[in-house]
Design a protein around this ligand. Structure first.
Ligand SMILES: *Cc1c(COP(=O)(O)O)cnc(C)c1O
Length: 389
């Protein structure tokens, strides 16, 4: 039967989606190879927590594995369980450690807990007593005051001759709090402390640097690096160019284009009054899609300190958000775009190759990490691999 309905169903949902996200896996693989090269003699791992920074742990995990990554970091055991199918021979470290009751998940999926406190260590020793040798990693706090054994606790553990032989740390790690600021003195202090700790764990691999630390140079690389945001195209260090390739492109469809007169107002609260006759594009993206209300052009407290709201990109032109972003819709000023160049149904790029993720995030007073991990469920997603480009 070939009635009209069958034909309709053949449309690729991506081509008809009100809101869509393209993940460029080829760029992701290139970014990993770039990070691996910048890691010098150290191996580069890959951080894929929070669903690979919102971009999809399955496709991203497999792409990174095929690019050569063999050390992965996730936040939780359930993320590790998901990843295992896509990274069969890799070591998967669980940054939040292990809780009683999770042993089976760790053993079944061959996950390595990153132990960060005396309590976790004590629990871990009881697990080893029951089940025998199993690898673990140790996180040491060198000044972040987040997770980790204190330096003194770590040194005492390294010297503890009574620790069971089944206790097999395979990695000791720490995390820089100001790696994104290359001049920060704290980096050097954390480095010195971490050197002391890693020396005490003779024969155990050491890891200090996330994306930003990789840019701080070879002193910071140790045996294994832990890039995250840079893999996904985000900016790792403040005040330097971003050498990474953009990976994610978010686009919203224009539902309606409308003409409005000077003096009229736009969106909730009427906070933006048009200074000229204007053409407005109403696009199907809102704060429910992680297009944060703080990206609004006006009508929010943040505009006092960050005067410009977000811009979209269409037909070679940066177009500003006008007034408040609403739950499902955002209004862009497209007055400066020549009218034959855009129509309802066209897509406005929210971020991607033409509109840097970090610039958009900055307009909301936040960072690319938060924008990516908050994208929400309404995007139609497409992955581009080597075969698709
Ligand atoms: C998130 C995280 C990373 C990755 O950080 P990026 O800045 O995204 O590169 C590395 N190590 C730890 C402990 C983390 O929590």
């Amino acid at each position: 039967m070939t009635d009209g309905r069958d034909e309709l169903m053949e449309t690729d949902p991506f081509d008809a989606a009100p809101l869509r996200l393209t993940v460029n896996l080829e760029a992701l693989a290139e970014n990993w190879r770039d990070m691996a090269a910048r890691s010098g003699r150290a191996r580069a791992g890959a951080v894929v927590k929070a669903d690979a920074y919102g971009l999809g742990i399955e496709d991203c995990g497999l792409t990174l594995y095929e690019a050569g990554a063999r050390d992965f970091f996730v936040a939780s055991a359930s993320e590790g369980e998901t990843l295992r199918a896509y990274a069969p021979e890799a070591r998967i470290f669980v940054l939040s450690g292990i809780w009683p009751g999770q042993e089976k998940t760790f053993f079944d999926s061959d996950l390595v807990p990153v132990l960060a406190s005396e309590e976790q260590l004590a629990f871990w020793m009881s697990v080893l007593a029951e089940h025998g040798p199993y690898p673990c990693a140790l996180q040491v706090d060198t000044g972040f005051n987040r997770l980790g054994l204190s330096v003194d606790e770590a040194l005492a553990l390294a010297d503890d001759v009574s620790r069971p032989t089944s206790f097999e740390p395979v990695l000791v790690l720490s995390h820089l709090h100001s790696g994104d600021t290359p001049d920060a003195e704290a980096n050097r202090r954390q480095l010195d402390l971490f050197r002391t700790v890693s020396a005490a764990f003779d024969g155990v691999e050491a890891s200090l640097s996330a994306s930003a630390g990789i840019f701080l140079g070879p002193d910071y690389h140790f045996d294994l690096t832990r890039p995250g945001i840079a893999l996904y195209g985000g900016q790792a260090c403040i005040g330097m160019g971003n050498p990474m390739r953009p990976v994610a492109t978010a686009e919203a469809r224009i539902v309606q284009i409308r003409e409005a007169k000077a003096g009229e107002t736009v969106s909730y609260g009427g906070t933006h009054r048009l200074a000229r006759d204007s053409r407005l594009a109403v696009a199907s993206v809102g704060y429910a899609d992680g297009y944060l209300r703080n990206l609004s052009g006006s009508g929010i407290p943040l505009r006092a300190s960050v005067p410009a709201g977000a811009f979209g990109f269409i037909a070679g032109t940066r177009v500003p958000v006008l007034g408040r972003i609403t739950m499902d819709l955002t209004i862009f000023d497209v007055t400066d775009v020549a009218i034959p160049a855009i129509r309802a149904g066209d897509y406005i790029e929210l971020f991607g190759p033409n509109m840097a993720l970090d610039d958009v995030a900055a307009a909301a007073g936040t960072i690319g990490y938060e924008l990516l991990t908050g994208l929400g469920l309404r995007y139609e997603r497409r992955s581009l691999g080597e075969d698709d480009i």
